[in-house]
Ligand binder design. Structure first.
Ligand code: HGY
Ligand code: MN
Ligand code: MN
Length: 420
């Protein structure tokens, strides 16, 4: 063997360290990584990925939604394609591995296959999705929706905090958003979509396992609530006459937390809040909040939504407050393909590890890609399950295991392809 799995793991580690430097933050170790869709940092990481892919003999292209796609071509031009990838973007002050690990691991796999002249009867397209988190434009799963043919052109009107539309940002990035519909893959050309991703939970570490296989990906919904009160002088308005929007917001937050604590298989959070006019001596006029609910069971989530808004209605009415509400996102739970679960389990076992199958409480690009093809996910252990945080960390040697599992999985998929 001219290039060992250990070398592939070390190469992945070096590429991940290099990719983490493309960030808005100044101190990655303390402030984490912030890399948003169609940003200067996105451009820089695509330039690096393009260089690494080209060195691997891959053809590289960027589509009209700023997804980067590197192809490791099969000798058979008419072969179908295995898609392996994840998102390049991060949450604000996120970790080095959420997303980018799933782009870098397949590159290390390609290097291992190429250096050891392992031929496959299918192309491998490695994808760096432009935007999955929705941090800049609330455009969750933008990149994968484009490949899956689920892109909604209305997304182009979404604006960032500076009022820049997604359309303008993509154009400034060198894309032609009008051509996005041309970027979808056709189901008949795709074998499957695989994603390697940190678990973002503690189960694998607690079990002492470097990798695990995902059974299903959670359903998610998001809402925007604007509580309306009445601004006033904080010193002169009698307490009984106040309509304090932030007190109403506190009630909303308490209801989300209480309902999720009392309901099995339901989690939720109020992640964002804005207060206006936000003066130290002014009674708050409006409070704008995000609400997110998640569950592996869509019926549980939808029933909880109804309960939540009944409670919010009652509390805000009692406080003399009104509110505007908009549901901004809904994505049903998606099961991974039983065939790919079995393939990944066998590949994990072949790597000398007892396979553990677990559910993903985090959303992933597979939620969109499932409309195109079968999806499978390989989880990689992360330290204390911490993610969406600067201290997100992995065990470097787990990268070697993950490359080995992906290599075994590709071989198993190859063995199942009809011989040309
Ligand atoms: O929100 C999530 O679960 C993912 O990180 N986008
Ligand atoms: Mn994330
Ligand atoms: Mn992610």
């Amino acid at each position: 063997m001219t290039f060992t799995l250990e070398q592939a793991g070390r190469q992945a580690w070096e590429w991940l360290e290099a990719a983490s430097r493309f960030t808005e933050t100044h101190d990655v170790e303390r402030e984490g990584v912030t890399r948003l869709c169609a940003s200067r940092e996105h451009r820089a990481v695509l330039d690096a990925l393009t260089h690494w892919m080209s060195e691997l003999g891959m053809s590289v292209r960027m589509d009209s939604a700023a997804n980067l796609i590197g192809r490791y071509a099969s000798a058979d031009p008419s072969a179908r394609t295995l898609l392996i990838g994840s998102h390049q973007d991060t949450v604000p002050s996120g970790g080095k591995y959420d997303g980018m690990m799933g782009v870098i691991l397949p590159l290390a796999l390609v290097k291992y296959l190429r250096e050891n002249a392992i031929a496959l009867p299918f192309h491998i397209d490695v994808v760096a999705f432009s935007d999955e988190e929705g941090t800049r434009f609330s455009s969750t799963l933008l990149g994968s929706k484009v490949l899956a043919g689920r892109f909604d052109p209305e997304m182009l009107e979404a604006t960032d905090d500076q009022g820049v539309t997604l359309e303008a940002a993509l154009q400034a990035f060198g894309c032609d958003p009008a051509r996005i519909p041309e970027d979808r893959y056709r189901s008949e050309e795709v074998i499957a979509f695989l994603e390697a991703h940190i678990e973002q939970g503690p189960q694998l570490e607690q079990a002492g396992l470097p990798v695990g296989v995902v059974s299903a990906i959670t359903g998610i919904e998001r809402h925007r609530i604007e509580v309306q009160g009445m601004a006033g002088h904080a010193g002169t308005v009698p307490m009984a006459l106040r309509r304090d929007a932030l007190v109403g917001a506190a009630e909303v937050i308490r209801h989300v937390d209480a309902l999720c604590k009392e309901t099995d298989d339901l989690v939720g959070v109020v992640g964002k809040i804005e207060n206006a006019p936000n003066g130290v001596n002014v009674i708050p006029q409006t409070a704008t909040l995000s609400i997110e609910l998640r569950s592996p069971d869509d019926d549980i989530r939808r029933h909880a939504r109804r309960q939540l808004f009944e409670r919010i209605d009652a509390s805000l009415e009692a406080l003399g407050l009104t509110y505007d509400h908009a549901q901004t996102y809904e994505q049903g739970a998606v099961p991974c393909s039983p065939g790919l679960i079995a393939t990944l389990e066998a590949a994990v076992r072949e790597s000398g590890i007892e396979p553990r199958v677990l559910f993903s409480g985090a959303g992933h690009d597979g939620l969109a890609m499932a409309d195109l093809c079968e999806i499978g996910m390989l989880f990689v252990r992360c330290r204390a399950g911490i993610s969406h945080h600067p201290s997100e960390a992995i065990e470097p040697e787990d990268l070697t295991v993950a490359v080995e599992v992906l290599a075994h999985a590709c071989q198993r998929l190859a063995d199942r392809q009809p011989s040309a």
